[in-house]
Design a binder for this molecule. Structure first.
Ligand code: UGA
Length: 442
């Protein structure tokens, strides 16, 4: 059955979710306070880089099933509301900033004059959903007929459309003792996905909130684990990539997220592990998550290590060393530079006096806004021109598939640091390059 759906927040999560809901057959209205963003979306333009999303968005804007507004009252009549606004790290603190989530509830709840279900999708500290559910009941003219449930989102940037339409599981947290229509409505919203046998776990609110942060904490821990092992490999001459292959064959371990390199970044993993620790502290169980501090530290050490490696490759002299940094986005197939290890490394090198030139196939605009003093180039060749050291900081396909012999002709000195262990090392070495991986060929 087709429902009318609103989605509050039109960033990476909200815009993709809105287009995804339209694809599932619902009539959707996306709401955001950012007028410029809404204007672009209404024209069928995606204001960020996400493969597959422009096509899906345009399809449904054209069909009339998807529209956008800055006026929340236009969304108030929908059967279902999703909250997909950001919960960034608070300035100077580890905790998450809940202002945007609260603002949606404060705006939307007083407009609810007919029964409705609000599904929270944003990543929030455990306990938030229960607090918001009470607030909704209090502020909504329909009172108890306005329900709030938590439906965490697990999409990855770069695969957002695929993850929205074909998730590996759906999780719904409902208020214990007040189970209303939320589960039934969720089954209608996701009927097509559930019809394919996708696992659907209905939990209490706290469990649903914790599922999300636990998943991200686990992924971050897995990456930092292999990066810690990479540190050991670096002093013993072992090869972390082969080691990861070997332990990854054990099904209990698995090879995914054992990619050693510059470490994790982005708008989710770093801030989520910090907010999780902060929340545990508030709950009086800070010790339970003290290991996440170590996870964070291992991760940040990788950036320092890469900068030191560049200095060594530049003969110990950073000032004036010409360094080509390939990549600025926190991962390939994204233009997101939030907490990006690649851009952070470029910034550190720049501040240390290196003559840095950066190229990223998609993230230039966002990266320039953060580092206006770093020269960003339009092509890989321009960044490489005359370089003393090359640092691959984001594993874009263009870099992975570059021809080492051709590239050697552009640089002053063929020295490459593979910050993502993503290059075919032997090929680069054969072509005469001094190759440095992280945790391998050190
Ligand atoms: C992450 C989670 O993977 C999603 O499931 C979750 O929904 C999302 O956060 C969120 O909370 O919204 P995302 O931030 O898009 O998704 O990025 P990931 O694919 O998880 O990568 C995170 C970082 O880890 C990247 O910087 C990536 O380069 C790094 N990484 C990943 C490694 O360093 N090694 C690996 O083996 C894998």
């Amino acid at each position: 059955m087709s429902l009318t759906v609103s989605v509050f927040g039109t960033g990476y999560l909200g815009a993709t979710h809105a287009a995804g809901m339209a694809e599932l057959g619902h009539t959707v209205i996306g709401v955001d306070v950012d007028e410029a963003k809404i204007e672009r979306l209404a024209r069928g333009e995606v204001p960020f880089y996400e493969p597959g999303l422009p096509e899906l968005l345009r399809k449904h804007v054209d069909s009339g099933r998807l529209r956008f507004t800055t006026d929340a009252s236009e969304a108030a009549q929908a059967d279902v509301h999703f909250i997909g606004v950001g919960t960034p790290q608070k300035k100077g603190e580890n905790a998450a900033d809940m202002r945007f989530v609260d603002a949606v509830i404060d705006t939307l709840a007083p407009l609810l004059t007919r029964p409705a279900v609000i599904f929270g999708k944003s990543t929030v500290p455990v306990g938030t959903a229960a607090r918001l559910a009470a607030k909704v009941r209090e502020l909504a003219p329909v009172g108890d007929q306005a329900e709030l449930a938590w439906n965490p989102e697990f999409l990855r940037e770069g695969f957002a459309v695929e993850d929205t339409l074909r998730p590996d599981r759906l999780v719904l947290g409902v208020e214990k003792g007040r189970e209303g229509r939320a589960e039934a409505v969720a089954r209608e919203v996701y009927a097509e996905i559930l019809g394919r046998g996708t696992p659907f776990l209905v939990t209490d609110l706290a469990t649903a909130e914790l599922v999300k942060v636990s998943a991200n904490a686990f992924l971050a821990t897995k990456i930092s684990f292999i990066n810690a092992i990479a540190e050991i490999c670096e002093v013993t001459g072992a090869d972390v990539a082969q080691l990861a292959d070997a332990i990854g064959y054990d099904e209990r371990i698995g090879r995914k997220f054992l990619g050693a390199g510059l470490g994790f970044g982005g708008g989710c993993l770093p801030k989520d592990i910090r907010a999780f620790q902060a929340r545990a502290g508030e709950l009086g169980v800070g010790d339970a998550l003290s290991f996440l501090r170590e996870v964070d530290e291992i991760n940040l050490r990788r950036r320092e290590h890469v900068v030191n490696l560049v200095e060594t490759c530049a003969g110990g002299q950073m000032k004036g060393a010409k360094v080509a940094v390939l990549g600025a986005a926190f991962k390939p197939n994204s233009d997101d530079v939030r907490d990006s290890p690649a851009l952070d490394a470029a910034g550190r090198l720049h501040l240390a006096g290196a003559d840095v030139k950066v190229y990223d196939p998609q993230a230039r605009h966002n990266a320039e806004a953060v580092w206006p003093t770093i020269p960003f180039k339009d092509s890989m060749a321009e960044a490489l021109e005359g370089a003393d050291v090359v640092l691959v900081a984001t594993e874009w396909q263009e870099f992975r598939e570059a021809d080492p012999a051709a590239v050697a002709g552009l640089v002053a000195s063929p020295k490459i640091i593979d910050g993502r262990n993503c290059l075919p090392a032997e090929k680069w070495i054969e072509a005469g390059w001094e190759y440095h991986g992280l945790g391998r060929f050190a």
